[in-house]
Design a protein around this ligand. Structure first.
Ligand code: GDP
Ligand code: MG
Length: 598
């Protein structure tokens, strides 16, 4: 196929603005899938994605479109993940295509993720076709939203396509706009050495690892021996094909084309998004620029509620990791929680999705410890450590200082809730960077510590704005701050699973809140239990759980004073013994509730 008959594009949108529904319509209208095989949200394969309405991994489909000019075009749609946790994958898959459809809900207008995603597309030099969706709804205001897009994003929206992805209005216009207004692949020489971008990869139980590629130069054929330039891995191409959206074999893929191959690759980990694929013999000279592997930024412990399920959990985690190279894990033991895993994720949503899948698909009840970020610890001896788990914090006397990751957060919110949002960000040690208006909504940009966001920032933001705020963030830099490890001691024993890193100024408050919470959660025992929060051995907050007083003396009717006294003494001695040897069992519910910090 000549380059002039190929159009490669992605769809960018804020969540729920209709990206998946539009993709379905494009597939349906071009007869790519027979009507009887059509089901809603063809491209959102996983159940969780479907339930939560989010696309996690990039998906792709090849569509043949007979255009009004009489030629048939190949349209390759890459459906990028919509969520900020997957920002790197989004920016990579954008580099594999030349244009984007910007979908904006005509009843809602520009939202935080609209901005983040469209700027990623602009950074990748995309031509952009604006699509205003949901015009079937009475509340749609396409003119106003088009003006807003020009005003806020700074792109021409005068020729926006007005559509309803739900009813199908305007879909033919979108297809024509793709052909007429998006550019074909810029260059590509079929006879040059192979240069292909690894756009995505995933594990298929029957085929092994499937690799999605965009050919830049050269031709990839079945049976070829290829090499991944960054990782050095060498493979033979067993199966080569395209998605329609079901797999269809092809003999070769040429410049500008997007397709997949398999080649006895064992793990997704062996394939790095953004890597350059070339032939083992006659390789290309320079790899594609800008390669960086995506790395986990949020860590937490996952433990089975029932310790007998540990092996099942290991099995589940290993299977999930096969398909998700950005998810990391290692075994962890905790005095309180037993055997489990310390896991790393790209962000909070990623964490939630994995946890949900373990609970649902593998039927294992989990305890999730408080999420933590990676701290850089600068030791007095000059070495630098990466701390993934507060329990591993070295002795403070050996530490010179700590650095924590900060993010740049963009929040769009109706004016009425602005005050609450500013307060929330301020409470989380935020530094306001910008405040402007998008129509009647405020757009605030904050510099925030990631560790203050991983707890429950999303939930708090949702509740203070009644769900009207939209939120997006990107990782910024590491910066020094006064951070300390706060330990919780129950009956003088430190409980590792409850250790957290906190800012010194907030430690007293957090400590008091945690102790008070635990006091309500831990059932009373035969003896008094101190519950303390401490920093480096110094107690900063304390509660005491009083003992259950078994009234032994009630049995002594009448006034035998000496007997009464003797019994009380026995009781006292027994208590002392219990305190010495008695182990406080903290019930699982107490842990789960305690870890839900607010
Ligand atoms: P995504 O998150 O961008 O992929 O959005 P979806 O395609 O999942 O759509 C989100 C919701 O909006 C779903 O409930 C769709 O049925 C609905 N929706 C999508 N397009 C339209 C439309 O044109 N009109 C109306 N009324 N609803 C739509
Ligand atoms: Mg979707």
């Amino acid at each position: 196929t000549p380059l002039s008959r190929i159009r490669n594009f992605s769809i960018v949108a804020h969540i729920d603005h209709g990206k998946s529904t539009l993709a379905d319509r494009l597939i349906q209208l071009t007869g790519t899938v027979a009507e009887r095989d059509m089901k809603a949200q063809m491209l959102d394969a996983m159940d969780i994605e479907r339930e939560r309405g989010i696309t996690i991994k990039a998906n792709t489909v090849r569509i043949d479109y007979p255009a009004q000019d009489g030629h048939t075009y190949i349209l390759n749609l890459i459906d990028t993940p919509g969520h900020v946790d997957f920002a790197y994958e989004v920016s990579r898959s954008m580099r594999a295509v030349e244009g984007s459809l910007l979908v904006v809900d005509a009843t809602q207008g520009v939202e935080a993720q609209t901005l983040a995603n469209v700027y990623t597309a602009i950074d990748a030099d995309h031509e952009i076709v604006t699509v205003l969706n949901k015009i079937d709804l009475p509340a749609a205001e396409p003119e106003r939203i088009a003006a807003q897009i020009e005003d806020v994003i700074g792109i021409d929206a005068s020729d926006a396509c007005l559509i309803s992805a739900k009813t199908g209005i305007g879909i033919p216009d979108v297809l024509e706009a793709i052909v007429k207004r998006l550019p074909p692949p810029h260059s590509g020489d079929p006879d040059a050495p192979l240069k292909a971008m690894l756009v995505d990869s995933w594990y298929d139980p029957y085929l092994g690892v499937v690799v999605l590629v965009r050919i830049m130069d050269g031709t990839l054929k079945k049976g070829d021996n290829i090499r991944m330039m960054r990782t050095g891995g060498k493979y033979g191409v067993d199966k080569l094909g395209v998605f329609r959206p079901a797999m269809q074999d092809v003999k070769e893929l040429g410049p500008g084309e997007i397709g997949f191959f398999t080649g006895s690759i064992k793990q997704v980990r062996d394939t790095k998004v953004g890597d350059t694929i070339t032939h083992e013999k006659r390789p290309c000279e320079t790899p594609l620029p800008g390669f960086k592997p995506s790395i986990p930024v949020v860590f937490c412990g996952l433990f089975p509620v029932d310790s007998a399920e540990f092996e099942d959990l290991r099995d589940a985690i290993e299977k999930l990791a096969l398909n998700d190279a950005s998810f990391s894990f290692e075994m962890e033991t905790s005095a309180a929680l037993g055997f489990g895993f310390r896991c790393g994720f790209l962000g909070l949503l990623h964490l939630e999705v994995i946890r949900d899948r373990i609970e649902r698909e593998y039927n294992i009840d989990l305890i999730t410890t408080a999420p933590s970020v990676i701290y850089h610890i600068f030791m007095k001896d000059g070495s630098v450590l990466e701390l993934h788990n507060p329990a591993d914090m070295p002795d403070m006397s050996k530490v010179d200082h700590l650095e924590e990751p900060r993010i740049k957060a963009t929040i769009l919110v109706p004016d009425d809730y602005l005050g609450d949002v500013l307060k929330l960000c301020q409470d989380r040690r935020g530094i306001q960077l910008d405040l402007t208006y998008v129509g009647n909504r405020a757009m605030v940009v904050y510099d925030l510590p990631l560790n203050e966001v991983v707890f429950d920032f999303h939930d708090r933001l949702k509740s203070v704005t009644k769900g009207y705020a939209s939120f997006d963030y990107q990782m910024d830099s590491y910066r020094e701050d006064n951070l300390v490890k706060m330990q919780i001691l129950v009956n003088d024993e430190p409980v590792d699973a409850l250790s957290t890193m906190v800012h010194r100024d907030r430690a007293d408050m957090r400590g008091r809140a945690m102790c008070a919470k635990l006091k309500d959660l831990i059932p009373r025992q035969m003896f008094k239990i101190p519950i303390q929060a401490a920093i480096g051995g110094k107690v900063i907050a304390r509660e005491t759980l009083s003992a259950l007083r078994k009234d032994v003396t009630a049995k002594c009717y009448g006034g035998d004073a000496t007997r009464k006294k003797k019994l009380l003494e026995k009781q006292k001695a027994g208590k002392k013994k219990m305190r010495q040897f008695g182990k406080v069992e903290i019930p699982q519910e107490a842990f789960i509730s305690a870890l839900k910090m607010d």
